[in-house]
Design a binder for this molecule. Sequence first.
Ligand code: IMP
Ligand code: MG
Length: 176
Amino acid sequence: MSEHLSLLIHHSDIEQTVSRIAAQISRDYEGRHLLVVGILKGAFIFMADLVRQITIPIEVDFVTVSSYGSGTSSSRRIRLLQDMTVPVRDKDVLIVEDIVDSGYTLSYVMQHATDVGALSVAVCALADKPSRRETPVDVSYLGFTVPDKFIVGYGLDFDNRFRYLPDIYALENRDE
Ligand code: IMP
Ligand code: MG
């Protein structure tokens, strides 16, 4: 198997984008009760950078989800492995995700936040692959629209590898 990484988004562009999004969030949620919920593990680096640039008081929590079944089929099921531990009722929830692909993960987590009593639910995603969408997701805060390539780095993994890289790369020839 031969694989190599080609640089897609440099860390300095990520930094600028994270600052822009954090400023928008700080403006939009001024005076409200914001709970920021990261989806593990992919969002952990984005989340850590994002919350440190938000200038209003917030609460922070995480969920862990896993998908099973065939990767891209519409029968794909999502499982909640670790729920939120901070009370959600009557709070404005902002879900932070690394990348939106089919949309099933975010649809599931948004519905879950609604089910447990969130006042509002919105989505912040570092990256979006719109060409892969199978179920609609309204992304309020988006970092980068990316092509239909498998991307790694800055929290995103392939088989738990590459998460630690500060930049974002396209993983080429991963099936050869
Ligand atoms: P969705 O449920 O199909 O939208 O999938 C979203 C999840 O799949 C993300 O949270 C990622 O963990 C994973 N994923 C989708 N595309 C990529 C990618 O290009 N690189 C790394 N992970 C990805
Ligand atoms: Mg993920």
